[in-house]
Design a protein around this ligand. Structure first.
Ligand code: HEC
Length: 135
């Protein structure tokens, strides 16, 4: 690398850090901030009963949520929407998967809120998995 390009690289790195930092702090919410609604979980429950219950009892997801603590919930959403149901991966719509995810959150008794959990426009990237806080 030439001497002249070093300051440029340093500036670029600093800018990148700034961008990443502001993206991460845009709207930091966790599962304890009421990120889904009661009605959505209800819709998810019906889907879950017909598509998932066959292989996963209701206790299955607690340790899985635990495994993803500190990460955006997008990862879990992507895993389940591309690999489940095992017999027919990706069979449901994204809306249906996100409703099922809301139901999974209700199984762990996370608080509900005013707005539904949404999968569009990277919304799930801004929801961080966190252990449930007792009220
Ligand atoms: C035909 C059986 C079957 C059905 C139906 C099924 N799964 Fe699974 N699922 C599996 C198996 C097998 C695994 C992997 C085994 C394990 O690690 O426990 C798994 C693993 C998972 C995981 C864990 C992925 C990880 O991070 O390790 C999630 C989340 C999941 N399933 C969600 C769902 C959801 C949501 C549905 C309903 C839409 C569903 N599954 C339906 C069989 C099934």
């Amino acid at each position: 690398m030439s001497r002249a390009s070093r300051p440029l690289l340093a500036t670029g790195t600093a800018l990148l850090c700034l961008v990443l930092w502001s993206a991460a702090s845009a709207d930091p919410r966790t599962l304890n901030d009421g990120v889904y609604t009661k009605a959505q979980a209800k819709t998810g429950e019906t889907l879950y009963a017909s598509q998932c219950l066959l292989c996963h009892d209701k206790k299955y997801f607690r340790p899985i949520l635990k495994r993803w603590e500190g990460q955006p919930i997008t990862i879990l959403f992507t895993v389940m929407s591309t690999s489940m149901p095992e017999s027919n991966p990706g069979f449901l719509s994204e809306k249906e998967y996100v409703d099922i995810l809301a139901y999974i959150l209700s199984l762990s008794r996370y608080v509900t809120g005013e707005t539904e959990l949404d999968y569009k426009d990277g919304a799930l990237d801004e929801v961080i998995v966190e252990a449930r806080k007792r009220p």
